[in-house]
Design a protein around this ligand. Structure first.
Ligand SMILES: Cc1cc2nc3c(=O)[nH]c(=O)nc-3n(C[C@H](O)[C@H](O)[C@H](O)COP(=O)(O)OP(=O)(O)OC[C@H]3O[C@@H](n4cnc5c(N)ncnc54)[C@H](O)[C@@H]3O)c2cc1C
Length: 388
């Protein structure tokens, strides 16, 4: 076992919430150690909700609890990019398509967009004026279509984390590629983080931002009140020519109810780490499950999802892009965590121990704000958000 190092604050989890919290704390002058696996899997077999190439973002949100946090985070994207030198944001806009009577579940609805958008960004059912802008997309004739323009678009979550961490390191913050297995309360105050590889870190305060794995280790004194749901995406590989032509298309939120799937969201083509350019489509499906034990979550991430999920998701992808020849199709497992009130769980659970988890399927876009809320609790500031 190595020597024990001491810091003002330990952040457990280097995902979207944790990296934002660590950056806010480091910039506020705290000495910070952030502990978490740099890549998913590894010896400890721990994954994340952000291991992907895109997360949809919008400033608009009809949920008044979420709206100010999301807006503030979106407004900070460009400054984070400029200060870190790492680009992660593409404000390509978002197209919302649904039958008139369907209520949106993605923080916006057609009625909301009609009220908050501009008339020239709305097309009634059967009037596909939007086709002049995005001719290769297709929606059923029964669907209204509305554009939520920039700043809506997408962010690249791993690059956002890289930007947050570059700024954390610039302020002297320490990043540790490890998994916290035990958090002990120290006699006399503070906490001791023990890790999978046998390291220990003594900290005065700690932020637990371990996402869907919040209850998997002995890092919280009581179980976080969250549930975890499996989530799936399909990646449709396109040619380089299509990637160039479609790269500036908007993201899509599509309320259609084909058999077995719902709440479709989609990105334009993105380049994935293997070099392929893929359109990504995700949805809730009737096959989704709610794992509770750590080994169930791990099993989900390691499982072969194509046989069950390709037949469900492929028709939706192909119907939205009728003339795109997909070079390959594959699915990828992911996970989301929810609270009973569908709002992130960020609170002090005991003196000096803050939990910051549960993006409720939409925590990426506002993650800088959720990290700031956790940092404010550490710093003794009160809600709403501190300075970003
Ligand atoms: C398929 C999919 C699509 C989504 N689409 C959107 C979208 O379009 N827009 C949007 O805003 N949001 C979206 N989300 C939600 C968003 O990705 C999550 O809300 C966000 O990632 C939550 O951030 P987090 O930091 O809480 O969790 P994570 O990003 O999962 O980070 C938690 C980190 O903690 C680490 N960790 C776990 N246990 C330990 C431990 N014991 N010690 C150290 N580290 C540990 C994990 O490895 C992970 O890196 C989507 C999620 C999924 C799965």
């Amino acid at each position: 076992m190595g020597n024990t190092e001491s810091f003002d604050v330990g952040v457990i989890g280097r995902g979207l919430f944790g990296s934002a919290a660590a950056r806010h704390l480091a910039e506020a002058g705290c000495s910070v150690v952030a502990v978490g696996p740099t890549v998913p899997g590894g010896d400890a077999d721990i994954y994340s909700s952000h291991d992907d190439e895109a997360r949809l973002t919008r400033r608009l949100d009809r949920d008044e609890r979420w709206a100010p946090f999301t807006a503030r985070a979106v407004d900070a994207y460009r400054s984070l990019e400029e200060r870190s030198g790492i680009e992660f944001y593409r404000p390509v806009g978002a197209l919302f398509a649904s039958r008139p009577e369907v209520d949106g579940k993605h923080g916006v609805s057609m009625a909301f967009l009609r009220d908050h958008g501009r008339p020239e960004h709305y097309w009634p059912a059967g009037e596909p004026g939007w086709k002049q802008w995005w001719p290769r997309l297709d929606f059923p004739a029964t669907h209204e279509v509305a554009l939520d323009p920039a700043p809506a678009g997408y962010i690249r979550p791993k690059r956002l984390i890289a930007a947050q961490e570059a700024l954390t390191e610039r302020c002297g913050g320490r990043l540790v590629d490890d998994v916290a297995t035990i958090l002990e309360t120290r006699v006399g105050g503070g906490h001791r983080i023990k890790t999978f590889t046998g390291s220990t870190y003594d900290v005065e305060q700690v932020v637990v931002a371990t996402g869907a794995f919040a209850n998997a280790f002995e890092v919280l004194p009581v179980q976080a009140d969250i549930t975890v749901k499996t989530e799936i995406v399909i990646l449709g590989e396109v040619s380089e020519a299509d990637a160039n032509e479609l790269g500036e298309y908007p993201t899509v939120l599509h309320q259609i109810d084909p058999d077995g799937i719902d709440d479709i969201y989609m990105t334009p083509p993105l380049q994935f780490p293997d070099g392929r350019h893929c359109i990504k489509l995700g949805a809730n499906t009737t096959l989704d499950t709610w794992p509770t034990a750590l080994d169930e979550i791990q099993h989900w991430f390691r499982s072969e999802t194509d046989p069950d999920y390709l037949p469900l998701l492929r028709p939706a992808l192909e119907s939205l892009w009728p003339d795109v020849d997909f070079l390959s199709l594959r699915t990828k497992p992911c996970i989301v965590s929810y609270t009973p009130d569908r709002f992130p769980l960020i609170e002090e659970v005991e003196p000096g121990l803050i939990v910051a988890v549960a993006g409720n399927g939409q925590g990426a876009k506002g993650s800088d704000s959720w990290g700031a809320v956790a940092a404010d609790l550490v710093l003794g500031r009160s809600l709403p958000l501190g300075e970003t």
